[in-house]
Design a protein around this ligand. Structure first.
Ligand SMILES: Cc1ncc(COP(=O)(O)O)c(C=O)c1O
Length: 373
């Protein structure tokens, strides 16, 4: 048996007619740039997430850069975030000269350790970027409390967090991305809501901020060929919006399927000694975008999975404070021991709505065989 870490082919063949007609209608109309499908999809995202405003951009990475630019994460100002993430969560701060201040992660959730944020706040701090990673949101009660008391802006990196909702001590669930000043989703193909190429969305409840994003995504133009700001060329592609609209219709079912697969993994692997299964903290509705295990001899297991044609991924093999591009920040190995330890042990198993029970069984049997050797 061969198990793909991810494939878009099964979903496509199940809903081929819908995807084909969504794509061909754009090609026939020729409304490739900011066509009506983009605004319709933005309205659908507002309805689904509860955000007042949703603005489609070319990728999650661009969304983070645009939001950071607007929030003034620039010119030596400090922004607190975690080093255990994808590059774009931090490069958005440095793009305009802002200074990332890393805080280690919680060893259970792999998100920023909220207990350690406040000690890093000083008069030069302007913001916090909580990253809702893999399968759950960061404690947004704590983040917003610190931000409000210290007058900081909050940019939620919700690239991986579509569908996740936080309640905490509040009275209702709030969708990821809608709690801070800005939230950013990625529609990279593997994501819970993934397109057939790059795509992203910025959400906010603030009218003024939303207006700025709309300008910034078209070079800073307040109207055609009138530039109030120096912005970007970063629009959600109309074909992607059409594809994503099809997928959004089925998103609740897709999230449910992911939860069922996660449950299978937990059942099958619970008796396998030495494997740490996911731990979710806080009052929230989580989504299994990624199913991670922590294991001994991770690289040995990875090799064995590869040999047995089981797809896997390692998010993330090297925390950002150890990356060459951030050497100038002056961090060194040992500064964030939890992130460093997790980076050595973490391994993501295949999880997507169309994976079969037989495939999950094969993945688990292969892992068990490795540890019995
Ligand atoms: C945590 C995180 N932030 C940002 C991004 C960037 O999103 P994109 O790939 O759409 O640029 C990703 C995903 O790729 C991500 O996982």
């Amino acid at each position: 048996m061969k198990v793909n870490f991810y494939t878009s082919k099964r979903e496509y063949s199940e809903k081929k007619n819908e995807f084909d007609s969504a794509i061909s209608s754009i090609v026939q109309k020729g409304n490739f740039i900011l066509g009506e499908e983009v605004s319709r999809f933005e309205e659908d995202i507002q309805a689904y997430t509860g955000a007042k405003y949703a603005i489609g951009v070319a990728s999650g990475s661009d969304g983070l850069i645009i939001a950071s630019d607007i929030l003034g994460f620039s010119n030596g100002k400090e922004v607190i975030t975690s080093p255990f993430t994808f590059l774009a969560s931090t490069s958005c701060i440095t793009k305009h000269g802002g200074k990332p201040i890393f805080v280690d992660i919680d060893e259970d959730t792999f998100g920023i350790d909220v207990k350690k944020i406040e000690e890093k706040v000083n008069p030069n701090t302007v913001g916090i970027i909580p990253i809702h990673l893999f399968d759950q949101m960061v404690d947004m009660d704590r983040v917003m409390d610190i931000a409000n008391r210290n007058n900081l802006r909050v940019l939620e990196d919700a690239a991986e967090a579509f569908g996740m909702r936080w309640k905490g001590n509040g009275t209702q669930y709030n969708h990821s991305g809608t709690i801070g000043d800005f939230g950013v989703y990625s529609f990279f193909p593997t994501k819970t809501l993934g397109g057939y190429g790059d795509g992203g969305m910025i959400v906010t409840n603030n009218e003024e901020l939303a207006k700025l994003v709309k300008y910034y995504r078209v070079h800073g133009a307040s109207k055609k060929y009138h530039y109030d700001y120096i912005g970007y060329n970063s629009r959600l592609d109309t074909i992607q919006a059409a594809v994503l609209s099809v997928k959004l219709k089925y998103i609740d079912n897709a999230i449910k399927k992911r939860a069922e697969i996660a449950k299978l993994y937990k059942e099958r692997l619970s008796d396998c000694e030495g494997i740490r299964l996911p731990i979710v903290k806080g009052n929230q509705k989580q989504v299994y975008y990624v199913f991670n295990i922590l294991v001994e001899n991770r690289d040995g297991l990875a090799e064995y999975l590869k040999k047995n044609e089981v797809g896997y991924s390692i998010y993330y093999p090297m925390p950002l404070h150890e990356q060459k591009c951030f050497e100038y920040l002056g961090y060194k190995k040992g500064d964030f021991p939890v992130a460093e330890k997790v980076a050595e042990k973490i391994l993501a198993l295949p999880i997507y709505p169309e994976i079969t029970v037989d495939e999950v069984d094969y993945v688990c049997e292969t892992i068990k065989k490795f540890y019995k050797k």
